[in-house]
Design a protein around this ligand. Structure first.
Ligand SMILES: Nc1ncnc2c1ncn2[C@@H]1O[C@H](COP(=O)(O)OP(=O)(O)OP(=O)(O)O)[C@@H](O)[C@H]1O
Length: 478
């Protein structure tokens, strides 16, 4: 899933060309691409989704594309519009530009031109919206290049990615349990650095049969083996100038490890059956859930390659170590699951969230994403209650009944002859409840309000008042 929330709405009546272009834009620009066949469909999507780029045909001669462009541009002037206009039709080009298009692209589309134009449009969109984000590139519900996480551990990870991405050449080794988002991090390293305009090429070393992996990666020359009727470019060459993401690198056999080392050290390789070295400039980002150090000790992984890859390691924390991200992730996955649905999932009830906060998440974020998708089918149009959750998730709550109990033993109220300050005692009790709910939800006020069974606006009001009354609460109350 790529959900960096930089999203392109691609509108074209030609379904097969639109689908091809969508795949290309998705891969090359690392963003979400939503598709619509008609301007009417597009309008419906734009009403429910946050769009960064509108890329639309003009639907001549009726010019329905111009109408669409105007409506979307008027509703949200930050949306950057690319208009597809027949090359010879200068009049329509001028009309589209006047209506608010940022740029016109000739139809029929040239794939390379479309990729470059959308990449520039995305950069322009980011510049436009950056100020709105008050200097912070991390938008809470959209995450960092689609990686959701508001916990200190994830915020630290985002800073590491920013620094590593900037540098642009050194190899990166991403470590983390299965389902923690290693591919998302790899994409973020690519998308945040100077190679972002070039290809990001993922290869799962464990998914491709061992004997095919070499030709997949390095390509082959005509006649290299039986069946090689034509030369074929490998994925390394395809990622030239960009980033090659080698997932599950721990599964790569030693002979290939040696060839890969040469790519890193000498910046060249030979296709299978070839004799002439091919120069290549590629950033290698590798990931594994295996213990590579152990694999080196066991003689299964080359030590020299390990050190070459491990120049900058990034470790993604498992979800159980950052459970405060669970409510935010649920919110995000609900939004994704509800896309293009008439009857979406409303929310997870506070008891259900509490149960999920106590669950250990062995499958990490992938497991949570799958659960939300499942719930979106079974509870469409409703909220997910504790009883709706599959049994094992309900049990998570029972496992640690003490976890969500607040201890008030340090609260002392003296009943002396003057009586007690009732209001201040109640207010302290209230502050504790609010703080606890905010901690459980990672600072998410909407979720905290649900846990407290308060209206969101009531909770916000209370927090505001408490901050004004007591400075020391200002930081604690997010
Ligand atoms: N922090 C996150 N925010 C949003 N989505 C996430 C996050 N982490 C993981 N995901 C989602 O969880 C799923 C698994 O992520 P990904 O494939 O990147 O994991 P992985 O660590 O590479 O897993 P594996 O080792 O099994 O290949 C994807 O759909 C991804 O979008």
């Amino acid at each position: 899933m790529q959900d960096s929330l930089r999203s392109i709405l691609l509108v074209s009546g030609d379904s097969s060309k639109r689908e091809d272009l969508a795949v290309l834009l998705r891969d090359r620009n690392d963003c979400l691409v939503l598709e619509a066949k008609t301007p009417e469909q597009a309008l419906e999507i734009a009403q429910n989704e946050e769009i960064s780029i509108l890329f639309t045909d003009l639907f001549l001669p009726q010019k329905k594309g111009i109408e669409l462009l105007k409506k979307i541009h008027n509703a949200n002037p930050q949306v950057v519009v690319l208009a597809g206009v027949p090359a010879e039709n200068r009049e329509a080009q001028v009309e589209a530009l006047k209506a608010g298009a940022f740029f016109c692209i000739n139809t029929p589309y040239n794939p390379e031109e479309a990729v470059i134009a959308t990449s520039r449009a995305l950069t322009h969109y980011e510049l436009l919206t950056d100020g709105e984000q008050q200097g912070s590139k991390i938008r809470k519900t959209e995450g960092f290049h689609g990686i959701i996480g508001n916990s200190p551990k994830m915020q630290h990870l985002f800073k590491c990615i920013e620094q590593i991405a900037k540098e642009g050449t050194t190899s990166v080794l991403i470590l983390g349990e299965s389902g923690t988002g290693k591919e998302l991090v790899a994409r973020a390293v690519h998308a945040h650095g100077p190679r972002r305009g070039k290809n990001f090429v993922p290869v799962n070393c464990a998914a491709i049969p061992e004997d095919l992996l070499e030709s997949e990666l390095f390509g082959y020359v005509k006649g290299a083996f039986t069946g090689a009727a034509q030369s074929k470019m490998g994925r390394i060459q395809y990622s030239n100038g960009g980033t090659l993401f080698l997932d599950e690198i721990g599964d790569m056999k030693p002979s290939l490890q040696a060839k890969l080392l040469r790519v890193i050290q000498e910046k060249e390789f030979e296709p299978v059956g070839g004799i002439k070295p091919v120069p290549v400039d590629v950033r290698i980002v590798a990931a594994t859930h295996r213990n590579l150090e152990q694999a080196v000790e066991d003689g299964l992984f080359r030590e020299d390659l390990y050190y070459r890859l491990n120049v900058v390691p990034i470790t993604i924390p498992p979800l159980r170590d950052r459970k405060e991200d669970v409510p935010l992730l649920i919110e995000r996955f609900i939004a994704i699951a509800n896309r293009n649905k008439k009857q979406g999932l409303k929310s997870f009830s506070p008891p259900a969230i509490q149960a999920l906060l106590s669950y250990p998440w062995p499958g990490n974020v992938r497991e949570l994403e799958n659960l939300v998708q499942r719930m979106a089918i079974f509870c469409a149009g409703n909220s997910v209650g504790l009883k709706d959750l599959p049994e094992k998730y309900q049990q998570g709550r029972k496992e640690d009944p003490q976890e969500n109990v607040i201890d008030f033993s340090d609260e002392q109220v003296a009943f002396n002859s003057e009586g007690i300050d009732f209001n201040s005692a109640v207010s302290r009790f209230e502050s504790k409840l609010i703080l606890h709910a905010l901690t459980l939800t990672g600072g998410n006020k909407r979720e905290a309000a649900k846990l407290l069974n308060l209206k969101r606006t009531t909770l916000i009001e209370k927090i505001k008042r408490k901050k004004e009354e007591d400075d020391s609460l200002a930081e604690l109350l997010f």
